[in-house]
Design a protein around this ligand. Structure first.
Ligand SMILES: CC(C)(COP(=O)(O)OP(=O)(O)OC[C@H]1O[C@@H](n2cnc3c(N)ncnc32)[C@H](O)[C@@H]1OP(=O)(O)O)[C@@H](O)C(=O)NCCC(=O)NCCS
Length: 157
């Protein structure tokens, strides 16, 4: 059985285990945070009422999350973006697609944006399945100074 519920402080260790997975970071072109920084980050996220954050629970275990947040610090007009992460042992079970679709039923802010590294075709498939459409190409320098090419997608309705 799968369900989506508000994320809670007790979910942070499970979120950290997913975040620490090297293959997840490779595909998403992410730089993993160290454990203390990750916990601090999520404690702030959980307190921030502008961030929608839901845990995906599969058979009673936290298997992933979906979030919607305003990107800050870019100097550009704020855009609301979504993000999702599923524990590697659950990849390919449809959890990210289900969780995002479920979130979009109640979270009605539009437009909504998604940014997906070009090295992450599974994530692109999830966003497209949930109605997002490619809007433009982007790139940014990650924490290691490497350029990451990405798709920027938008959901307008
Ligand atoms: C991306 C991620 C969220 C996908 O989660 P998931 O629960 O396995 O996704 P789903 O099972 O709902 O759907 C995956 C889709 O990608 C497709 N897919 C998987 N690998 C693929 C590949 N190499 N090329 C193209 N499509 C691929 C699957 O076929 C599936 O589509 P389908 O249902 O039409 O067949 C998961 O891999 C993850 O958490 N990765 C690490 C964090 C991350 O990258 N987050 C997204 C940041 S933008």
């Amino acid at each position: 059985m799968i369900s989506l519920r508000d994320a809670k402080p007790r979910d942070i260790p499970a979120f950290y285990a997913m975040h620490a997975d090297p293959e997840s970071n490779r595909r998403g072109a992410f730089t993993p945070k160290k454990r203390p920084a990750f916990f601090l980050h999520w404690k702030k996220v959980l307190k921030n009422r502008l961030i929608v954050k839901k845990a995906i629970v599969a058979d009673g275990e936290v298997a992933g999350y979906v979030v919607s947040f305003y990107r800050t610090g870019t100097g550009k007009p704020k855009r609301r973006e979504i993000g999702y992460w599923v524990a590697r042992e659950h990849w390919g079970e449809g959890l990210a697609s289900w969780g995002l679709a479920e979130l979009l039923k109640t979270h009605k802010t539009r437009p909504l944006y998604a940014r997906v590294a070009k090295t992450n075709p599974a994530s692109l498939a999830v966003a497209l399945k949930c109605g997002f459409r490619k809007w433009k190409q982007g790139s940014y320098a990650n924490e290691k100074g490497r350029t990451v090419e990405e798709h920027v997608l938008v959901l307008r309705k």
